[in-house]
Design a protein around this ligand. Sequence first.
Ligand SMILES: Nc1ncnc2c1ncn2[C@@H]1O[C@H](COP(=O)(O)OP(=O)(O)O)[C@@H](O)[C@H]1O
Ligand SMILES: [Mg+2]
Length: 230
Amino acid sequence: MSAVIAARDVRKTYGDGETAVAALRGVSLTVRPGEYVAIMGASGSGKSTFMHILGCLDVPTAGRYLIDGVDVGRLDERRLALIRNRKIGFVFQTFNLIPRMSALANVELPLAYGGVPSSVRRRRALAALDLVGLSDRKDHEPNRLSGGQQQRVAIARALVTAPTLLLADEPTGNLDSRATAELLDVFDRLHQAGRTIVLITHEQDVARRTGRVIRLVDGRIAEEDHHSSP
Ligand SMILES: Nc1ncnc2c1ncn2[C@@H]1O[C@H](COP(=O)(O)OP(=O)(O)O)[C@@H](O)[C@H]1O
Ligand SMILES: [Mg+2]
């Protein structure tokens, strides 16, 4: 099976000339199917830049990046968007749910763009909500859900397309400790079910729950820490 993520000497420079900023300075990383990985680093270390490249929201200035065996460096914007929609489920710090739409409708949305028939959409969205323990909140709009519940809806939305990679940027950044604990339980269950998860965090407690911690310092991988997940 090919690696989910294969990054080879990835570099990203913003701007040029005297104002150029080297945000990534040669990052190599392989993530295999089923791995649960945390990326840590201080502010400005390149975490978001790396996440944008891993999520096919941007392409490297130099180096190679393959997701699920597909070299994204050669793709135009339209094909990049296609890969993004097919292979990656995003979870953001700010949930990014659509207001005045039910939880179920929010989760169905990525399938609507993909032209899946409505009965199939509904069934898959219900299954995804069930996976995050929110079947009983399916008709609630986001403003009637707690932050932790909104983030679980966002995870259901990210999973409904059965992506190769679940990519989360500071998913617990806006949650209190109880909602954080619940969310980490959801990630544990997804990991046990064989999902490949990469999350970006600067919280040590969150990173500790994963099987592998990558530390970025000044655009480079400074160290890597493997341990068995609980
Ligand atoms: N769009 C951009 N244009 C110019 N510089 C940027 C841009 N995005 C990030 N940077 C710079 O790249 C470096 C890494 O930023 P970033 O990837 O956001 O780090 P982190 O997410 O770890 O805080 C920083 O020096 C930042 O100022
Ligand atoms: Mg950032």
